[in-house]
Ligand binder design. Sequence first.
Ligand code: ACM
Length: 493
Amino acid sequence: MPTVPGTVIPDPVSQVAGQGEFVITPTTGIRATGDGLPVANYLGELLRPATGLPFPVGDTGDITLVIEAGHPAGGYDLVVTTTGIRLAADDAAALFAGAQTLRQLLPPAIEGRAQADAEWVVAATVIHDYPRFAYRGAMLDVARHFFDIATVKRYIDDIAMLKINVLHLHLTDDQGWRIAIDRWPKLTEIGAATQVGGTGGGFYSHDDYRDIVAYAASRYVTVVPEIDVPGHTNAALASYPELNCDGRSPAVYEGIEVGFSSLCIGAERTYEFFDDVITELAELTPGPWIHIGGDESLTTPEADFLTFVSRAAAIVASHGKTVIGWHELGRSTRLPAGTIGEYWSFTTAQADAAAHALSFIQQGGRLVMAPADVAYLDMKYDDSSTLGLTWADGATSVPDSYQWDPAAILPGIDDDQLLGIEAALWTETLATIADLESMAFPRIACVAEIAWSARPSVPRNFADFAPRLAALGLRLDAAGIGYYRAPEVAWHH
Ligand code: ACM
């Protein structure tokens, strides 16, 4: 039978239609054991509210989740027949990805939190699927505007639905320091007291942060914390005079300019500070990566920048973590083995960005691609956008965010040199969950598909994707997730 296009986003590697459908009834249960049990419990939680059905989890059930060897890395097999559903994968994270596919095979009303009237059926199908990239990231800037734990958890659920498995939290910037550091308490006493625009602010205690990390783990999402240094540090500089070369703290900053701040590179205290921060952060971070920023340090002289980067990266490595940095970090030729560069220039590289990014490859590392002109979700969609910015080559339409390929940006790069891709949501203009979701959706679905779905043999065609986005729109409506009704999509209402 031929592969038929379904409505699942990201598009599975292969999906073949079967005969008939599986009908969910009050006795439908979810069968799982061992590491499959948390996924079964998650699936049950997902399916119960809208159906009003019990979905018992245990040793019997027509929906079977199986962990077994033999599936591609990160992939799963999903078979739906008239008598049952079998979802199998090598590990729980891949099983969870398969559960997201199963979710999208159900009627959109499944996304509602109140009991809904719908025919709870799944059309028979055979899906074989696996990801293109291991790292499928979403970045959230909690520094320009602070977002509480509930908002971050909701965003984790938003991204997990699309098989995004990394949440990069931009924890520090000129406008705010958002993670408590016990040894340097003024970072949050002073540095977290405000945000862009001057009202609000806040930070995560260690327990808050552990709560976020644990919630993310329950969705098989790894949190990558970012401490952006040596630039983007006004909040730290405002908190501690000793971090400034002249020993004087600047005022806190509530605007949206970039590139004006720098730690004092020549002072040993700077490295004691950074080591203390990384010591506490590494202890809070079960994942392998810590991001140290490195972007837009426009007032740091080149020699100082290079000195700082090699010392800061070595500190992170000494705590057993792999360094990630924005592509400017590639100006250094003394990065620890395996350092990951995050490329944020455009799909046509600007100035030295390509050379800086390729430097990570030359030093044995890999890249995460987050090209700002297509994968920065805070860019305006078009002239009608009231939120967002335009510096990344103007507005970014929904087709723009879909029609690009991460392996086609830099010369000599193939998928092997890419750890993955990331959609970034900067928050200079975004203050609420509604703001976040209206800028993320639907473009984050475009980026998620590029991160997961196999590289196409011909360039991605938005016309093929648009009907699936329209189908996703019905799910977002049911879930109460606001999104931009892009004019290029024939939404179902
Ligand atoms: C960045 O957008 N400055 C990473």
